[in-house]
Design a protein around this ligand. Structure first.
Ligand SMILES: [Zn+2]
Length: 214
């Protein structure tokens, strides 16, 4: 797999800190399953985050903030997916607990001709779904109310940021407006998640970013 678009450091740090929504954490885990480069960066983010938490002066951290951190750590305790016997290699391992077969076996719901979706089976912050878009179709231009992660699983699309194929991730914040156009011969299937960023996430990212030098 030839991956050209990766997770940004703020997302990796939020993932390490356990402050991403379930949907966004799933997209990150799926990209990591494909990408040795981001696995390595994620290990660094883990150790930086751990060192930072250990070195925090306890009196400087309010009890409520610590509670929030601990709650969020509990929150995303990763579920061990049950590995089906005949796994479809197109479905990344972290997704197989929810998609036991092939993408083609799912009951896709049509939004407009050429665009359909399949929602992940949970209610949480933000959106978490698979999108399936026909060749030559594009999503309407949109900006984001928060962050958006898009991981390509089949086919490809292009937008102002470049071309995205299987394994590539578009890691966008709310400043970006874009209009992805599917440019593959086959349908493009993506796993997407959105989230309104928590203040804690932003603070943690700002705090740690200068140390990591990613
Ligand atoms: Zn990567």
């Amino acid at each position: 797999m030839n991956i050209n678009h990766h997770l940004d450091e703020a997302t990796l740090l939020s993932y390490s800190a356990g402050s991403l929504s379930q949907g966004m954490a799933l997209v990150v885990a799926c990209h990591l399953a494909f990408c040795p480069e981001c696995q390595e960066r994620s290990r660094k983010a883990d150790s930086v985050g751990g060192a930072l938490l250990e070195s925090l002066d306890s009196e400087a951290v309010s009890a409520s903030m610590l509670d929030t951190i601990l709650m969020q750590l509990d929150d995303i305790e990763p579920e061990k997916p049950v590995e089906p016997v005949h796994a479809d290699p197109e479905v990344p391992a972290p997704l197989r607990a929810y998609i036991p077969g092939s993408f083609d076996d799912l009951e896709w719901k049509r939004i407009v001709p050429g665009v359909s979706y399949y929602d992940m089976p949970w209610q949480g912050r933000g959106v978490s779904r698979l999108l399936r878009i026909s060749p030559g179709k594009s999503m309407l231009p949109h900006t984001h109310d928060g962050n958006e992660l898009t991981l390509v699983l089949r086919g490809s699309f292009s937008d102002e940021m470049g071309r995205f194929g299987p394994g590539d991730i578009a890691d966008l914040d709310d400043q970006v407006e874009h209009q992805p156009l599917v440019d593959s011969q086959e349908d493009c299937i993506c796993l997407i998640a959105t989230d309104a960023p928590l203040r804690f996430t932003t603070l943690f990212g700002k705090l740690v970013q200068p140390i990591t030098g990613f």
